[in-house]
Ligand binder design. Structure first.
Ligand SMILES: *Cc1c(COP(=O)(O)O)cnc(C)c1O
Length: 438
């Protein structure tokens, strides 16, 4: 499979180059030349497959031409060494719990897959010293860092906004040591993302060192996120063995920031997954909702919210969505609707859901859950993506529900380590000089 750039000046790029480069030279995002539609028989019996088996079928459709079957299988099986259960919350609303991986957020899926695929290509090529740059609003950093921890020949630099990630999130990428370096940037997530993007197009830097990105701009991170949409469907089917395929068509609500997760869902639908429609749920950073309402895309500086992993003012993957729908505003609004909630609404929802159903949401999942409560019709089944474990936002969640939240063992382990990070300004020259000096 070849990849082209959303800016259309670059095409015919191999999977390996797309993964190693991250961002195309024309600053666009890579897209696969085609999206294979999976056979109806796959969907008819999908509930009989394990998560890993169905994920391998999906992975094969994207990567099968470029990665040997055995190697790809190993990558998929190692990536998905944890469950993604679909849990009934109330009425016709289900939570797809994506937080059972090593760092307790959905980004483990893409982070683990990408680190392994990149490792595969590097080993094949015999090259070493690849530098992975990753900007994080909280959860990407830890997922990517953990995916790459101890992998030979790879150095990881995690850029995060000072004071804008939760203390638990921070300790997940600042305490690892080895080949992981945490860079604390005096700015916002958007500033971190801008630094990473500038580094990729800086000629001098690219001459001196091999740089790649592990943000959802990387195809190896965002495409694997389509796996769990299929698994959600298989589980919904198992819940309702009597429903017809039409009745099983899902409404999927994705708490969105950089829009990589929802884009993977849109790809899954293109592959034939029965999704009736998508809801993109935003916090106050509602650039996409404004686009849906006005047909104009106007990036704005992000504002800080309690669903901090979605504090994104210029979502990278918007370019992919536009491209996927042939730039048609009408086609986009036909399949995707949007909502935006402020912190008070998010807190209210988290508290009400907990009191009424006993189900504990995290602030991001709360945005998705609320959207389904407001927008789902009675004859529809709605699934929201529960993108991170509530304990990752301990203080916020405990303050809202007025109770202690149990911290999973995995998370407690991270909290024992010692924080180590380097401070940087948001000035690109500072970052560049630092990279050149290491
Ligand atoms: C990253 C993240 C999101 C946003 O996902 P995108 O793919 O950037 O839209 C939502 N919730 C949590 C917990 C996250 O870590």
């Amino acid at each position: 499979m070849k990849y082209y750039s959303t800016n259309k000046k670059v095409s015919g790029v191999s999977l390996k180059d797309a993964v190693v480069k991250g961002l195309a030279e024309d600053k666009g995002l890579f897209m696969p030349d085609s999206i294979k539609v999976l056979p109806q028989s796959f969907f008819d019996t999908i509930e009989n497959l394990s998560f890993q088996e169905m994920a391998y079928t999906v992975a094969d459709a994207f990567f099968g031409e470029d990665v040997e079957a055995e190697a790809l299988k190993k990558i998929v099986y190692e990536t998905l060494n944890f469950d993604v259960p679909l849990v009934h919350v109330n009425d016709n609303i289900y939570s797809l719990e994506l937080y059972h991986g090593p760092t307790l957020a959905f980004k483990d899926v893409g982070g683990r897959f990408m680190s392994r695929l990149l490792g595969y290509f590097i080993k094949k090529q015999g090259s070493t010293n690849v530098n992975v740059l990753v900007a994080t609003s909280g959860d990407t950093g830890s997922a990517v860092a953990n995916g790459f921890l101890g992998v030979e020949g790879i150095q990881v630099y995690v850029l995060y906004p000072k004071g804008l990630v939760s203390p638990i999130q921070e300790c997940q990428f600042t305490t690892l040591g080895q080949n992981i370096t945490a860079l604390e940037v005096d700015g916002t997530f958007d500033d971190c993302q801008a630094l990473v993007k500038s580094a990729f197009i800086d000629e001098e830097l690219n001459e001196k060192m091999k740089l790649t990105s592990a943000n959802s701009i990387n195809v190896a991170r965002f495409l694997p996120q389509s796996f769990y949409y299929f698994y959600a469907y298989a589980q919904l089917k198992s819940f309702h063995p009597k429903l017809t395929p039409e009745e099983l068509e899902m409404v999927i609500c994705v708490p969105s920031g950089n829009f990589g997760n929802i884009t993977a869902g849109l790809f899954a639908k293109r592959m034939g997954l029965p999704v009736k429609r998508f809801i993109a749920a935003n916090n106050r950073n509602d650039i996409f909702l404004k686009y849906l309402q006005t047909s104009e895309y106007r990036p704005r500086p992000s504002v800080s919210t309690i669903a901090n992993a979605m504090d994104v003012g210029d979502p990278s993957n918007f370019a992919r969505i536009l491209d996927l729908y042939g730039e048609s505003y009408k086609a986009i609004t036909n399949e995707i609707s949007g909502v935006s909630y402020n912190d008070e609404q998010i807190s209210d929802t988290l508290k009400t859901c907990y009191t009424k159903t006993g189900y504990l949401l995290d602030p991001h999942g709360a945005v998705g859950y609320r959207a389904l409560n407001e927008k789902l019709n009675d004859d529809e089944n709605g699934i929201f993506l529960e993108t991170a474990h509530p304990a990752k936002f301990l203080e916020t969640v405990e303050n809202i529900i007025g109770e202690k939240v149990e911290i999973p063992q995995k998370l407690q382990e991270f909290m024992k380590g010692e924080k180590e990070s380097l401070s940087l300004s948001k000035d690109f020259e500072d970052f560049k000089n630092y990279l050149l000096s290491v």
